[in-house]
Structures are given as C-alpha cells and as structure tokens.
Design a binder for this molecule. Structure first.
Ligand code: PAF
Length: 329
C-alpha cells in the first residue's frame, strides 16, 4: 500500500517506521522542519522496546508534493487534524482513505466533513512512544491498536489495514463499535492524562499514590456517566478497573499530555476532557471535577506555551536593581 503519514510526532513516526520496515511501498512523512530535516539527512531512528532501527525515509513539509496515496494516517495532535485534512483534500478526490489515529472525541467526524468523503477510518492506540530527538522516536510500551470506521461501507478497507498493520508487527484488532472504542480510550485519558500533566508524574507514580488514584477514579466515573447518558457502548464493563489497569500496565509512561507540557506545547485537553464537559452540559449533567482539572490544565498550558514564546521571560535584574529591591531604596 502507498502510505502517507501526516504528523511526524512520536506515534506517527513509530507507525510510519514500522510500516516502512515491513515493506509497504512508500511511507512519506509530513511534519515539522526539525524532524523532516533530521529524517531526510539520517533516516528515521527507532529505539526502545521495539529494538533499534534506522529507516531510510522520505519526509517533507509540503503536503502538495503528494500526488497519490492509498492511505493517509492522520497522526497529528487532535487540534491539528482538521487542518491536516484540508491539506490532504486533493487526495480525497482520487479515492484515498484516511485513518485518524489520535486521542480525543469527534475528530474523525470533523475530518470527514472537510474531506467531503466517507472514506474515513478511526483507530486508537495504546502504544507508548516519545520523541527523544528530531527524527528519533523511542518506543516505551507495546499496546493494542483498535481500528474501525463510523461509516460501515468502509469495513473492507478496515480489514485490509488491520492485516497490513499486523504484518508490520502491531497488535491490532478491528472493531465494529469504534465509537465505543474511542470513548473507552477517552475515559482512560480523562482519568490519567490531566493528573499526570498537573503533577509531572508517570502513570505508575499516579497509580501508586492513593490520593491521586482516587482522583483518577472520580474522573473516570464522571466521564463514564456521560458516555452512559449518550448511550455509548463501552468496550469494558468496568471503566475504573480498566483505567487503573492501563495506568499500571503503562507505569513507565510519561502520558502524552505531560509530554506536551514538558515540551511547552499545547495539550489535547480540549479534545479529551473539554469535549466531555461540552457534551455533559448539553445533557444537563454536572462534571465538577472534570471542570476543575480542565481549568488547571488550561492554565498550565497557557503558562508553558507563553513561556515557550518568550512572552513571560523577563530580562534578568541588574545588581543595582536587586540591591534596590532588597533595601527598598
Ligand atoms: O495519552 C497517553 O499517554 C495514553 O493514551 C495512555 C493510555 C494514557 C498511556 O500513557
């Protein structure tokens, strides 16, 4: 299959790299300049629990360069998915399929609106990965990929992509209840991710702290209540147990929201907790704890992104100024 990866972050690089290694025709990565330059110069490096690989790889910043593709994996952050879809609109007319692979609720529907097509597939992943340098991704955990489509006419393509990913070494299953899969994953993200982002702790550290574990439980319960009111059929009967089990199983992980905070980047809180709060409001359901962690993460996000843009960085005080501040003269 001719594949394009839209988004050169940790997950996009990992999927692109392994698909390329398994012999898929062309895997072209569209991403940000530092990654694109590093990959074009030295190839894509994969390290960590999946072994060490250097994969000669073509990367670009210009989606217009791409004239043909069977499948585009949209692995950008949730807030960039619609823009990514716009940049790929020229391919939609040529029969390309699009697979949205990211955290959050509802992005695949927004992507389908932009592409004016029903050729949109959706997947969630529990693979753990970190960008450790430009063009270098470290796999930190192996987890399941679940794939399906909100549009039943795409089921044949779903099965084809599942077979292709399995061949590349992924633990992947198809699902006819992709909405349930996405919500189940989102419930885990609503529980773990903000707590990690706010405390700077790994999933395992959160799990081992009784007070934080109780917070995760309450967040999961609030989110599961919203899912239930929407009539979503979750893929687990016990979301709390599932979320805590995920935290334990991925105990070394620095969750993706914490990674964003550490890199002074915008987080996916709007597509995760923010979307749950919005839907809860429509239903007249109260989500006080989700609203609190949402406000805290948004505040932290705005602080770190301002810091990154140097808006908060004041010039250091001179010796005179320090003296004046101390003596009050
Ligand atoms: O967003 C993440 O980091 C992951 O979805 C998960 C499952 C919380 C593991 O860290």
């Amino acid at each position: 299959m001719k594949i394009v990866i839209m988004g050169s972050g940790a997950i996009g690089s990992l999927y692109g790299g392994l698909l390329c290694l398994s012999g898929e025709e062309v895997t072209l990565l569209v991403g940000r300049k530092p990654n694109v330059d590093a990959i074009n110069k030295r190839g894509l490096r994969i390290k960590g629990v999946l072994g060490e690989h250097t994969i000669p790889f073509k990367a670009t910043q210009n989606s217009e360069d791409i004239e043909i593709a069977d499948l585009v994996l949209i692995t950008t952050k949730a807030y960039d998915a619609v823009e990514a879809a716009r940049r790929m609109r020229h391919l939609a007319k040529k029969g390309t399929y699009f697979l949205v692979l990211q955290n959050g609720i509802g992005t695949e529907k927004k992507v389908a609106e932009v592409l004016g097509s029903r050729r949109v597939l959706r997947a969630t992943t529990c693979m753990g990965a970190l960008m450790t340098a430009p063009g270098e991704v470290t796999a930190t955990g192996v987890g399941i990929t679940e794939l399906g489509s909100h549009f039943p006419e795409n089921q044949d393509m779903v099965e084809e992509v599942v077979a292709m990913m399995r061949n590349a070494g992924f633990d992947v299953v198809s699902s006819e209840n992709i909405e349930g899969v996405v919500w189940t994953k989102t419930i885990v993200n609503c529980g773990i991710n903000p707590i990690g982002a706010l405390t700077g702790m790994t999933n395992g550290e959160i799990y081992n702290d009784k007070r934080l574990r109780d917070l995760v439980i309450k967040l999961v319960e609030e989110t599961a209540h919203v899912a239930d009111a929407l009539g979503i059929e979750l893929t687990t009967k016990d979301p709390v147990r599932y979320a805590l089990g995920t935290a334990k199983a991925t105990s070394e992980n620095i969750n993706s929201m914490l990674q964003d905070i550490q890199c002074c980047k915008q987080t996916e809180i709007d597509a995760i907790t923010g979307e749950v709060i919005r839907l809860a409001k429509e239903l007249g359901i109260e989500t006080p704890l989700s609203e609190s962690v949402y406000a805290l993460v948004k505040a932290l996000e705005s602080k770190v992104t301002r810091f990154e843009k140097h808006e908060d960085k004041l010039p250091p005080l001179s010796v005179d100024e320090v003296e004046r501040a101390i003596t009050g003269i």
